[in-house]
Design a protein around this ligand. Structure first.
Ligand SMILES: Cc1cc2nc3c(=O)[nH]c(=O)nc-3n(C[C@H](O)[C@H](O)[C@H](O)COP(=O)(O)OP(=O)(O)OC[C@H]3O[C@@H](n4cnc5c(N)ncnc54)[C@H](O)[C@@H]3O)c2cc1C
Length: 490
């Protein structure tokens, strides 16, 4: 081992980059390293042929009062990137009993007077449905925190079943559960769902960032260097060195780096099974880690258009038949393809016009798939997505100049190593399901002195990137506290 640091963060995803920036800000000599050329992990932004875009649709929530804003403030970087919350921000297309897709235009800002009436009409609610809807939303917004935490063992579907709700409302939450958490309502932990929806009701959703979504992760990484640390991109950690049950540093193809603290953003399973090695852990812990379940994944197409076709930055289409629950997932796994697919499309240049050449658009489209990078044939889902896009946005096809296609295999190679069957291409990280959320979430402290996990597997809550940054904040606080405790003890 050569260069010495106080802490090494492996992975500059949103969780790792936020954590490294905060550790550096609070005085630890920090090294942030990542196998990719840019920070941002699953939410990184690239520049190509005059466009700047993410690899797939990524927008954030809550829009206001997010952990993104809190970290930017703490590292004195609020002026480096604007957090954008336009009104309107998106259109939701729902096909219910009427038989056709009906639009609801939504803002990235918190709900306004009149929004409830529009939603009532759009979800085709009868007057008799309204008292139960009011009871549901009233309970979700006013429930004390300890009552929310008591729902760690209850699925969101079980919670919704306490109310007499029409099918359209189940489809609405089924869609959000798939888009925000990439799991079904029958597995999603009700505590996680309620906390997140509450943040969205108070702070809006569908936030994006000037210069691209991944710009915030770049600003976090720049802060590491501003506070005296180092950032090494394009370097994969091959091994986290452990001796006598304590971390010693990280071995990479570019040499060794030593530190008494290593924070891994590579995912709990790749960290334990690959980077450290299961021989360093108790057998029971290894079984526990192997048994953790990933979220589902998204597969999709990036359409490069010769003309602006989309009007709204975010476009989501769903029907009573297209969101996934566990039963539908199993039917699909058995080869029974649905007629309708859920579609999620983001157009970055409708947030920030500088992200596309004038008069052009890049539309990032996705639909659901299995997280297994080796599962099935993505062609089936690309065809289904093309078919849905042609049906719902017929102006797209004549203006496609170029397409780029991606699947769970690309997600895995950009972010998380495939170390177990069925895992690697997941959207979020560990699934936010009953048994893996709230007090059942894995501890951020690994059972090896000085080793921590950061990102969507431990320490945070909320939707995707927000969960990762929330974890970054929590893990940085814990590491700094542990350091102070050790200094005080010796
Ligand atoms: C298709 C898709 C759509 C999504 N849409 C949204 C959305 O709209 N909104 C939202 O909030 N979230 C969305 N997400 C989820 C969100 O992107 C993730 O939840 C979040 O970015 C995860 O952050 P993280 O910090 O946990 O880890 P990751 O993003 O997984 O980052 C891990 C980092 O560690 C690095 N790494 C791994 N192994 C090594 C190693 N051995 N050595 C060095 N570096 C290593 C990787 O290169 C990567 O940069 C989406 C994800 C996908 C795939």
């Amino acid at each position: 081992m050569n260069e010495e640091y106080d802490a090494i963060v492996v992975g500059a995803g949103f969780g790792g980059a936020a954590c490294a920036a905060l550790l550096a800000k609070h005085g630890l000599k920090t090294l942030l390293l990542d196998k990719n050329a840019r920070p941002g992990g699953k939410g990184l932004t690239i520049s190509r042929e005059g466009f700047r875009y993410e690899m797939w649709p990524v927008v954030g929530g809550p829009s206001l009062n997010s952990q993104f804003a809190a970290v930017l403030r703490e590292i004195d970087a609020e002026d480096e990137v604007a957090l954008l919350a336009p009104d309107p921000a998106g259109v939701l297309l729902y096909k219910g009993a009427s038989g056709g897709y009906e639009p609801l235009v939504v803002s990235a800002l918190p709900q306004q007077a009149g929004d409830a009436a529009n939603m009532t009409h759009w979800l085709q609610l009868a007057p008799a449905d309204l008292p139960e809807m009011a009871r549901l939303f009233g309970d979700m917004t006013s429930m004390p925190l300890q009552d929310i935490e008591a729902l760690d063992e209850v699925s969101f579907l079980e919670f919704l079943s306490r109310y007499r709700l029409p099918r359209s409302v189940h489809s609405y939450f089924g869609m959000w559960s798939n888009v925000l958490f990439v799991v079904p309502t029958d597995l999603l932990a009700a505590s996680e769902a309620i906390k997140t929806f509450r943040d969205f009701m108070a702070g809006g959703a569908m936030r994006y960032h000037s210069g691209g979504y991944g710009r915030v992760a770049e600003v976090f990484a720049q802060a590491v260097e501003r506070f005296g640390g180092q950032v090494r991109m394009g370097i994969a950690a091959e091994r986290i060195a452990v001796e006598s049950s304590a971390v010693r540093g990280v071995v990479t193809q570019a040499g060794g780096f030593s530190a008494p603290i290593v924070v891994s953003n590579a995912g709990i399973q790749p960290t334990v099974l690959n980077l450290v090695g299961e021989e360093h852990f108790d057998k029971g812990y290894v079984s526990y880690v192997k048994g953790l379940l990933p979220s589902w994944a998204l597969v999709g197409i990036r359409y490069f258009l010769s003309k602006p076709v989309f009007r709204y930055p975010v476009n989501i289409a769903f029907s009573d038949d297209s969101y996934w629950d566990s039963e539908r997932f199993l039917r699909i796994k058995a080869g029974e393809l649905p007629d309708e697919a859920l579609v999620f499309i983001v157009v970055p240049s409708l947030y920030d016009a500088s992200l596309a050449p004038e008069g052009k658009q890049c539309a990032l489209a996705a639909t659901l798939c299995s997280p297994d990078p080796k599962a099935g044939d993505p062609e089936v889902w690309w065809n289904k997505l093309d078919e849905m896009v042609d049906r719902l946005w017929p102006d797209v096809r004549p203006h496609v100049e170029r397409e780029e296609r991606y699947s769970a295999a690309q997600v895995s190679s950009l972010a998380r190593d495939h170390v177990l069957p069925g895992q690697g291409g997941e959207c979020i990280g560990l699934a936010q399901i009953v048994g893996q959320c709230g007090r059942h979430k894995p501890s951020v402290r690994a059972p090896i002195l000085g080793l921590y996990y950061v990102g969507c597997d431990a320490g945070g809550y909320g939707c995707g990137t927000h969960q990762a940054v929330d974890s970054g904040v929590a893990v940085a606080r814990l590491v700094l506290r542990d350091c102070r405790a050790r200094q005080a003890a010796f």
